[in-house]
Write a protein that binds this ligand. Structure first.
Ligand code: SME
Length: 181
């Protein structure tokens, strides 16, 4: 990463001075870009991305209770495995086509779920979650590499603005991370 003079790594999670959802999420994308410069290890980059996501939504007073990633297994391309995250312990493995994550992975389309009780196949890792957004991470060759997953303790936690910026983040992840090691 480019070290900005006088800036500590933890300062990247300081979203408090920025207010609108658009501005906070734009700052999140820019912060990810800076932090991943010269670094292509996916565990390293997605660990910091989970933290950025967590702190960005906390600063907006959105009751996010889980932010993180599921990554496509290297030896089985129809199964997601738990990746870096912030929040409570979650289910380790999700088949493509199952739950919100598996649906995003197989359809390669972002799933914005306003009420998880109305998503027939929702996998309740945490019974307190009420809404969710899952964004697929798709390589230039069209392979699903994984998904970004955010859960919220309120209904209607996420919408079009989140979809726009999280899809931008997913694209940046494709460009910056090497998933082969
Ligand atoms: N609810 C997700 C499972 C993952 S947890 O939210 C962390 C789903 O239905 O795929």
């Amino acid at each position: 990463m480019v070290q900005v003079e006088g800036k500590h790594h933890a300062d990247y999670t300081d979203f408090e001075a920025v207010h609108s959802r658009e501005d906070v999420l734009e700052m999140l994308v820019m912060s990810y870009k800076s932090l991943s410069e010269g670094q292509d290890d996916w565990v390293c980059n997605l660990s910091n991305a989970s933290s950025l996501l967590w702190h960005a939504y906390q600063s907006l007073n959105v009751n996010v209770n889980w932010s993180g990633f599921y990554i496509t297994k290297r030896d089985k391309d129809d199964e997601l495995l738990l990746g870096p995250f912030q929040g409570k312990v979650a289910c380790q493995s999700i088949l493509f086509g199952k739950g919100v994550c598996g649906t995003a992975a197989s359809s390669q389309e972002t799933q914005v779920v306003m009420d998880v009780n109305k998503f027939p196949d929702h996998i309740a890792c945490d019974g307190e979650t009420l809404s969710e957004i899952v964004v697929p991470i798709v390589s230039a060759e069209g392979k699903t590499l994984g998904v970004i997953d955010l859960d919220c303790l309120d209904y209607n936690g996420f919408g079009e603005t989140d979809k726009k910026y999280l899809e931008e983040l997913a694209q940046l992840i494709v460009e910056t991370c090497n998933f082969l090691r």
